[in-house]
Every structure is written in structure tokens, then in C-alpha cells.
Design a protein around this ligand. Structure first.
Ligand SMILES: Cc1cc2nc3c(=O)[nH]c(=O)nc-3n(C[C@H](O)[C@H](O)[C@H](O)COP(=O)(O)OP(=O)(O)OC[C@H]3O[C@@H](n4cnc5c(N)ncnc54)[C@H](O)[C@@H]3O)c2cc1C
Length: 457
């Protein structure tokens, strides 16, 4: 089967590249290969009642399928060069922001029109942070919410399905380059195309590494972020979340001068399990729908670690820590901040007696047995720093879930147009390239390469 373009992966990167291609040149023949299921068939069996923890499905419905890892996410599209990836290093700051706004326009014309855009620019919080040794990063954020994000993806799929041939439950196995194109092998046959856009996300990181090895495309190791998810009464953070929804705050620790940052804030949200290659870590969601809101807010506190010589495997380090928590807790561990400070494990009874009721069923335990001292010290310092701008953060009953690990793919060596060196027409985008790690950056990278292909065709 011959196509103009074959896209590997139907996450935001793949979706937005296909969308841009069919909008600008509807006559192109385009195929998308996707490991997971169509959106409406994606169901995680964890229901909190019969199935409480991950049963390791052959294909994880949270990470794979139409919509990619972002399908059941909180749908926060951060429009910024300050975090979420380094796309601007390739395409320039202005272009990156312009494309993120363009993606926002598509989202808001496909069901997201009534959602809110927040901005950190010129807020009183910026000053308050500065006065307390904290830095508030600049961003505009469109919060779609898990429910509207699903609606937007459904609408995009409906619009694309007539023009794009989707092959679900069909992982790409191998990419073969030949004169004038690429042959992409799957377990069900192979596809040929002139251009190939690879957008396999975090779940495709190991596969990507193998492909880069086979095609001799150079790569370099990336960082890993390790920390905890904090859950507390929504009222404690309401003066921040009501105004900004998502605030990225950075703190430089006094002890080690490490950077600790807040990540993925979910006002009135829930804490959830995340499965990355069979390892259970923690994440968070929130909803636009009033009926699904909880009394709690959650966010992550993360510390970045980057290894280069002689040990290079930053992700392997993060995986080992997550495995340790899985070994001790059978999954995610939860601990009251007061218990952590007193050097004792949390128990069901202590959690139950606390004022913060957990939104995730996790095993009460002791995070100090899991997290390295340096990381844990940084997190504790940051909690006290946040307590100055949001009093109550350092309360005894504040819950900490561990571990949260943010894995980054190794960085694929790419030209400024996100094309691989030595293979004309082979692009690597989104989180799978190591260049992006967010919805808006991954989506923008998709639009960018689609336009590059369009210029050449
Ligand atoms: C629970 C959760 C919440 C999140 N919340 C946010 C948020 O609010 N804001 C934000 O900016 N980011 C968020 N993120 C991160 C965001 O989802 C990702 O940055 C984004 O989805 C990356 O897009 P992508 O297209 O590069 O990769 P992905 O979304 O990971 O998509 C890649 C797709 O490729 C498929 N694939 C992999 N290998 C193959 C193969 N060999 N053959 C065929 N298909 C393959 C996968 O099945 C997957 O569907 C969240 C992530 C998670 C897990």
C-alpha cells in the first residue's frame, strides 16, 4: 500500500500533523498506524471497586490509542516556551508560540470554545512568589478538562476519518528506508510512503530507541523528573488556582541548590495511577463538569535528575525508584506530610482520621524508604516555601503520593525542521523525539512538520 505520508502514532503530534495535511491538501493519501484502540474503545479496567490497581493489559488504554497519552489527561494546553519542551530551539520562539495558538484555535473550534484561557502575566501572585524565593513561570493555559478534551478528540476524529486511513491495534515494527521513501513494517503487512512522520510519544520510547539504533540515527540521554503528588483541600490553593488554574512555580533549595517545581495542578481534581511499561506511578486529573469536582486540589512536586557519564540511563534510574515504591506498596504509596516529618509510616487509621480524604486508593506507607534523601529534602523545603504563599500546604494532613516520575525520551538528533540527519523525509516529532513533553508543544510540532512536507510536495 503506497501513501504520500505515513504517520506513526495517533497522539497529539500525529493527529495535528494529519489534520494540517488534510486541511491544506485534501488529495494527499495519508495513513496513521496506532498501537492502541480507537478513542471510544479505550477503557482502563481500574474502576476503584472490583479492579483497584493495574492489571497490565496488553495495550494500555490510558497511554495508547487515538488521542495518545493526552486522551484522558486534564487537557491543559500551556502556550509558552518556558516549559513543556524545547521546540523553540529548533523552530524559533515566535514560530513555536504562533503554532501553539494555531492549535488552540483548532481545539476551540472543535468543542473547546466555552473553556477558559488563563494567564500568569502581570499577576499579583508573581510578586508574592518573588517575595518568598519562588519563581512563577510565564504561560497562558487553555484548560479543556478531561471531559471537553474527549469531545475535541471525538470531533477531530470524525472530521479526519474520511480522509485519513487509520490502522488501529497495529504497531509499527520496523522502518526501512529505500530510494525515495520508507517501508513501514507491521505484524499485518507493510506500508510504503514518500514521507514518514514518527510521533510515538513516551510509550514508544523503547521502540524509538531501537529504530534509531537500526537506522544509525544519533541520540542523547535526557533527564528524568522524580517526586511526589501533593493533595490538599482545594481552599488552600484556591486564591492561586481560581486566578491562574495552572501555575508552574520553581524553588531553588537552600541545602543543595536543586530546582524543585510544581507540575500539573488539578484544582478540585483526583489523583490517578499511571502505568508506564508496567511500572505504576501517580498522576492527576480534573474535570470541567461541576458534578465531577472534588474538594481537593492536587499537584506534583518534581526534582530533575540528569545522568551523563559513566551512567547515562536517567529513565532507568527513575524506573528503579518507581519499582521500589511498587515493591513496598504494591503500587502507589500515600503518606501524610505530618507522618513523613515525624519519621513514621502512615497507616489506614491515620489517613482516615486526617482532614484530607484521599481521592486515590493507595497503600499507606513511608516515602522516605523510597525517595533518595536529596530529593526528599528538596520536596520538604519546597512544601514549606509554598506554605508561605498558600498557608496550610505544610499541614500535617496534607497527603503525598509517591512516586511521581516524569520520564523523558532520549533526544533524537534532528535538523531544525525536525527531520532526521541522513534520511530525507523521515521526521521525528512530539514526546517521542525528546524535543517536546506537553500537549501544546507536541501538537505544534505536528503542524510544523506537516507544513514542511506540504512545502516539498
Ligand atoms: C495522565 C496524563 C496527564 C497528562 N496531562 C497533561 C496536561 O494536562 N497537559 C500537557 O501539556 N500534557 C499532559 N500530559 C502529557 C501529554 O499527554 C503528552 O505530552 C502528549 O500526549 C504527547 O503527545 P505525542 O503525540 O508526542 O505522544 P503520545 O500522546 O504519547 O502519543 C503517541 C502515540 O503513539 C502510539 N505508538 C507508540 N509506539 C507506536 C508504534 N510503534 N506504532 C504505532 N503507534 C505507536 C501510542 O500508542 C500513542 O497513542 C499528560 C500525560 C498523561 C499520561
Amino acid at each position: 500500500m503506497k501513501y504520500d505520508v505515513v504517520i506513526i502514532g495517533a497522539g497529539p503530534g500525529g493527529i495535528f500533523s494529519a489534520y494540517e495535511l488534510i486541511k491544506k491538501k485534501p488529495e494527499l493519501s495519508i495513513a496513521i498506524l496506532e498501537t492502541g484502540h480507537p478513542l471510544k474503545e479505550r477503557h482502563c479496567p481500574i474502576d476503584g471497586v472490583k479492579v483497584k490497581s493495574c492489571v497490565n493489559c496488553p495495550t494500555c488504554s490510558i497511554m495508547n490509542g487515538f488521542g495518545g497519552a493526552g486522551a484522558f489527561s486534564d487537557g491543559k494546553y500551556n502556550i509558552t516556551n518556558d516549559f513543556g519542551g524545547t521546540l523553540f530551539e529548533y523552530i524559533g520562539r515566535d514560530k513555536a508560540i504562533e503554532l501553539m495558538h494555531y492549535v488552540d484555535l483548532i481545539n476551540t473550534s472543535h468543542g473547546g470554545e466555552d473553556t477558559q484561557m488563563y494567564s500568569t502575566a502581570g499577576t499579583a501572585l508573581k510578586k508574592l512568589c518573588m517575595q518568598n524565593s519562588l519563581t512563577l513561570l510565564e504561560a497562558s493555559v487553555r484548560h479543556l478538562g478531561t471531559d471537553i478534551n474527549y469531545v475535541v478528540l471525538t470531533n477531530l476524529f470524525e472530521e479526519m476519518k474520511e480522509r485519513v486511513e487509520f490502522f488501529f491495534d497495529t504497531p509499527a515494527e520496523k522502518i526501512e528506508a529505500f530510494e525515495g521513501g520508507f517501508r513501514i513494517h507491521t505484524g499485518k503487512g507493510s506500508l510504503e510512503s514518500r514521507y514518514c512522520i514518527v510521533s510515538v510519544g513516551r510509550s514508544g520510547s523503547k521502540w524509538m530507541e531501537r529504530i534509531c539504533g537500526e537506522l544509525s540515527i544519533p541520540t542523547k540521554s535526557n533527564r528524568v523528573d522524580i517526586g511526589v503528588r501533593v493533595e490538599l483541600p482545594a481552599a488552600i490553593f484556591s486564591h492561586i488556582t481560581d486566578e491562574l488554574y495552572e501555575s508552574k512555580i520553581v524553588y531553588r533549595t537552600k541545602k543543595f541548590e536543586d530546582r524543585v517545581r510544581t507540575f500539573c495542578m488539578n484544582p478540585h481534581g483526583i489523583v490517578v495511577n499511571e502505568n508506564t511499561n508496567g511500572i505504576i506511578t501517580v498522576n492527576g486529573h480534573s474535570f470541567e463538569d461541576e458534578d465531577r469536582k472534588t474538594d481537593n486540589t492536587n499537584f506534583a512536586l518534581l526534582v530533575a535528575k540528569h545522568f551523563s557519564e559513566p551512567f547515562k540511563d536517567s529513565n532507568g534510574y527513575g524506573e528503579s525508584i518507581a519499582r521500589l515504591s511498587n515493591m513496598l506498596g504494591g503500587g502507589v504509596i500515600v503518606q501524610r506530610f505530618g507522618d513523613l516529618e515525624r519519621g513514621r509510616r502512615s497507616s489506614e487509621k491515620r489517613i482516615h482520621e486526617g482532614t484530607v480524604q484521599p481521592t486515590l486508593s493507595a497503600t499507606p506507607g513511608d516515602l522516605s524508604l523510597v525517595l533518595p534523601k536529596r530529593i526528599l529534602d528538596g520536596i520538604i523545603e519546597m512544601i514549606y516555601a509554598l506554605d508561605k504563599i498558600a498557608p496550610g500546604t505544610a499541614n500535617d494532613d496534607t497527603l503525598l503520593y509517591g512516586v511521581e516520575v516524569k520520564f523523558y525520551n532520549m533526544e533524537v538528533k534532528l535538523k531544525n525542521n525536525l527531520e532526521t540527519e541522513g534520511y530525507e523525509g523521515l521526521y521525528v516529532i512530539g514526546d517521542g523525539s525528546g524535543v517536546t513533553h506537553s500537549l501544546s508543544h507536541a501538537s505544534a510540532s505536528g503542524v510544523f512538520v506537516a507544513r514542511d512536507v506540504l512545502e516539498r510536495i
